[in-house]
Ligand binder design. Structure first.
Ligand SMILES: Cc1cc2nc3c(=O)[nH]c(=O)nc-3n(C[C@H](O)[C@H](O)[C@H](O)COP(=O)(O)O)c2cc1C
Length: 456
């Protein structure tokens, strides 16, 4: 190819966990906690030359109408344990963990992510989330709970203090003498004093291969976007359609200049689902079948109850929407990431849509929770993904397969070659670290010490 090189697509694999995108009823569905399942998805992603493997986080079992939310399969081993184990069975794949900044301390976080970065040879990433509810906080025995703005203030300070810890071993800290062994010349004490933390001490590890593990951010409020623009290397977002993606992309990249950052220093990676078929018709049939499995009769009612804030179990999922109005009871589902801000407005909108399109409750919920973004033949799906990226609706996608653990197999076998054919996706890994895969700079000041540490 000649002329300007094509913008390259970044892909990541979301391990299907606590959600109802996953079709648990499918006979091919396997355990979401067995190590084999994690290995299967990670190895598939690495075979497909993906940038990273991604774990979301749910810190408390969700409750719906006072019972454990039986629509979500729950149970997930500890993130660091899983990612460190995966580091041993993969070579190049980045390993991203969602870890909360509201309940964790900078020193612990710095140590855990630096360790993962060392053990994986520079493949660690941290998706910083702030959490959205006091219900989750109760698991941590916090008496009160930080309000939204304070959670972001804390997140910013957690990241600042963590980076100070990562940066504390200067480039010439380590002296490697093969006969005398390795010794530290001097490890300075770090001091961080802020509104949230007062930390003095010494960090316990030399700089890790990436210097700073890659930082992702996932909150969508104005504060969340600002925090992402100031501190993150990539944003995980739900803005997945072309227009919404372009708006979000322009908005967040437009915030970078005031932090002295350039647009390519922050990657935008929306979540995306996909369904493949041998023909467009076949893919659409499969997609429809999957949607009906994802939103069964009970799930449809539960979704409706989340907006209506009341028990609707007496309603027929195949019948019309309830005539009663929503209440303000947002606690009907506890532990959810997001709630409808204005339930009555949502109800009005849904009623109008159901009426206009003659939809039952279940059909409406299928429509409004639609997640299948890319549906078609492998060539068509590759074309859609490429179009989004070339049109600056994203820099790539975090793919959310609907099956654990084999949901990515078909994509890697059939779509990746199509993307490569288009010249928009790598044909081999050219770097060893996740920063290199993402085209991100290494924080310069640590290279020498890292080389020294690794030489030993
Ligand atoms: C696409 C996306 C994915 C998220 N994934 C998680 C997650 O896995 N675990 C979690 O605790 N919060 C998750 N969050 C929640 C956010 O980190 C944040 O705490 C919440 O959205 C409230 O912040 P906001 O008002 O800025 O959106 C996610 C948010 C978005 C938009």
């Amino acid at each position: 190819m000649t002329g300007t090189p094509r913008k390259q697509i970044h892909l990541a694999a979301h391990f299907p966990g606590v959600n109802n995108t996953t079709v648990w009823a499918d006979p091919a569905s396997k355990s979401q906690i067995d190590f084999d399942s994690f290995v299967h998805l990670a190895k598939t992603a690495e075979r497909g030359l993906f940038d990273f493997f991604f774990l979301a986080e749910g810190l408390r079992l969700r409750e719906h109408l006072g019972r454990i939310h039986d629509l979500d399969v729950v149970g997930r081993p500890d993130t660091f344990t899983v990612l460190n184990a995966l580091a041993g069975v993969t070579d190049r794949l980045g390993l991203a963990g969602t870890i909360n900044s509201t309940y964790n301390e900078p020193f612990e976080l710095a140590k855990q992510f630096a360790s993962l970065d060392h053990l994986s040879g520079g493949r660690a990433a941290w998706n910083v989330v702030t959490s959205s509810d006091a219900f989750t906080g109760e698991n941590f025995r916090r008496g009160g709970y930080l309000d939204h703005a304070d959670r972001y203030r804390r997140a910013a300070e957690v990241v600042e203090a963590t980076r100070k810890l990562w940066d504390s071993w200067a480039a010439d800290t380590l002296v490697v003498d093969r006969s005398a062994g390795v010794f530290a010349r001097e490890i300075p004490e770090i001091r961080h004093r802020g509104a949230q933390f007062d930390i003095a001490g010494r960090f316990v590890l030399p700089p890790s291969p990436q210097g700073h593990p890659v930082l992702l951010q996932a909150g969508d409020s104005d504060d969340g976007r600002e925090f992402g623009a100031a501190a993150a290397d990539a944003i995980f977002t739900g803005h997945g359609t072309l227009e919404a993606g372009q708006r979000f992309y322009a908005d967040v990249k437009g915030r970078l200049a005031k932090y002295g950052r350039s647009p390519d220093e922050l990657k935008i990676l929306p979540a995306a689902t996909f369904v493949l078929g041998d023909s467009a018709r076949d893919a659409e049939d499969r997609a429809r079948h999957i949607r009906y499995q994802q939103v069964g009769p009970q799930t449809a009612i539960a979704f409706l109850e989340q907006v209506w804030g009341r028990d609707l179990s007496g309603y027929d999922p195949d019948g019309p929407l309830p005539e009663v109005d929503p209440t303000d009871n947002v606690n009907i589902t506890r532990g959810r990431v997001r709630h409808a801000k204005d339930p009555r407005a949502v109800a009005e909108e849904w009623r109008a849509r159901a009426e206009a399109e003659n939809l039952s409750i279940r059909e409406l919920i299928i429509e409004v929770t639609a997640r299948q973004q890319f549906v078609g033949t492998p060539a068509a799906v590759a074309e859609q993904i490429d179009t989004y990226v070339q049109a600056d609706a994203s820099d790539g996608f975090i793919l959310v397969p609907h099956l654990t653990p084999a949901g990515l197999d078909e994509f890697v076998e059939r779509v990746v070659p199509e993307l490569q054919e288009r010249g928009s996706f790598r044909t081999e890994y050219t770097g060893t670290t996740l920063r290199e895969h993402l085209g991100l700079r290494h924080p310069h000041h640590h290279t020498a010490a890292h080389e020294g540490a690794r030489a030993s």
